[in-house]
Design a protein around this ligand. Structure first.
Ligand code: C2E
Ligand code: CA
Ligand code: CA
Ligand code: CA
Length: 275
């Protein structure tokens, strides 16, 4: 028994060690990958559910790692935040995305996700406006998605950033609505332009009675507050039909397609005469 315990200890230590090694390889890979252009925007269509037409795209970051392959943001965003390179990474991605979206039909919007850490930087709004000028990109085509976790610290700085951006015409969406601790209270803190209903409610819409009721309640809340709504996570026609019966919404999800590379986006838009 003693021997077994010892082996187990060694096994544990080895597992810890290899996890630490993986983590430090991730950190090095991310630092190196940014200037090498390994981080690229992918895009998910955002649809006007009434007409079925594309209204715009949400940029979702991907890492084309030479050793790991295509890596998703849930892996590298938290690490980039920890090691202090999230702002550099995000600006690099937004720079690329603005260059892409400039070529699209001017009616199409571009939504980007940002980290709470970026909203602690008093110069954030200026950085975004500088990129808009660089690409001669109309500010009202850019939408910034923020989550409730952005609103917890230093609300004064956050508010002044949001105000500067909105004064230039940039719109602000509250992402993952319904998942936070105080979603309703957050609606008072900032003048949002849109609510995005979290995927966890939408994906259960057709199968769970309480999700159906919750989504209906959020939609009527949006009506009452004059806040347009986007439903994320539309995976099938049953969900789509229910949403369409609730009002005039935008939506996105795997039903319309997975996030795509810029080459795929261009092919799609070109076929639709929107490039
Ligand atoms: P999010 O903003 O809530 O984005 C939606 C996520 O759900 C995306 O995952 C998307 O691919 C996925 N999704 C969309 N439709 C469906 C569906 O019908 N079914 C299911 N099961 N999933 C669907 P992804 O691309 O892995 O992104 C994960 C999260 O990473 C995003 O969640 C966002 O919070 C964050 N993220 C992505 N890009 C960036 C970025 O450039 N900066 C920052 N700070 N965060 C980012
Ligand atoms: Ca989002
Ligand atoms: Ca979301
Ligand atoms: Ca999310």
């Amino acid at each position: 028994a003693k021997k077994q315990g010892k082996n187990r200890y060694f096994w544990f230590e080895e597992a810890m060690e290899s996890e630490l090694r993986f983590r430090s390889e991730l950190e090095t890979g991310i630092r190196r990958g940014i200037p090498r252009g390994e981080f690229v925007p992918f895009y998910e269509q955002q649809i006007d559910l009434d007409t079925g037409e594309i209204a715009g795209f949400e940029m979702l970051a991907r890492w084309q790692s030479p050793t790991l392959g295509l890596v998703g943001p849930d892996v590298f965003i938290p690490v980039a935040e920890d090691i202090g390179v999230i702002a550099e990474l995000s600006e690099n991605l937004i720079d690329q995305a603005l260059a892409h979206a400039r070529d699209w039909d001017p009616a199409l919007s571009l939504s980007v996700n940002i980290s709470p850490i970026q909203l602690r930087d008093p110069w954030f709004a200026q950085k975004i406006l500088k990129l808009l000028v660089k690409h001669n990109f109309p500010p009202n085509r850019l939408d910034i998605e923020i989550t409730e976790s952005c609103l917890h610290d230093n609300i004064g700085v956050v508010r002044s950033i949001i105000t500067s951006l909105k004064n230039q015409g940039v719109t602000i969406s509250l992402d993952d609505f319904g998942t936070g601790f105080s979603s309703l209270a957050q609606l008072r803190t900032l003048p949002f332009d849109r609510l995005k209903i979290d995927r966890s409610f939408v994906s259960e819409l057709a199968t769970e009675e309480h999700s159906d009721k919750l989504v209906r309640a959020i939609v009527s809340l949006g009506d009452g507050l004059d806040l347009p709504i986007t439903a994320e996570g539309i995976e099938d026609t049953a969900i789509l039909d229910k949403l369409r019966s609730m009002g005039r919404l935008k939506g996105q999800g795997y039903f319309y397609g997975r996030p795509e590379s810029i080459a795929e986006v261009r092919a799609r838009l070109s076929a639709a005469g929107k490039l």
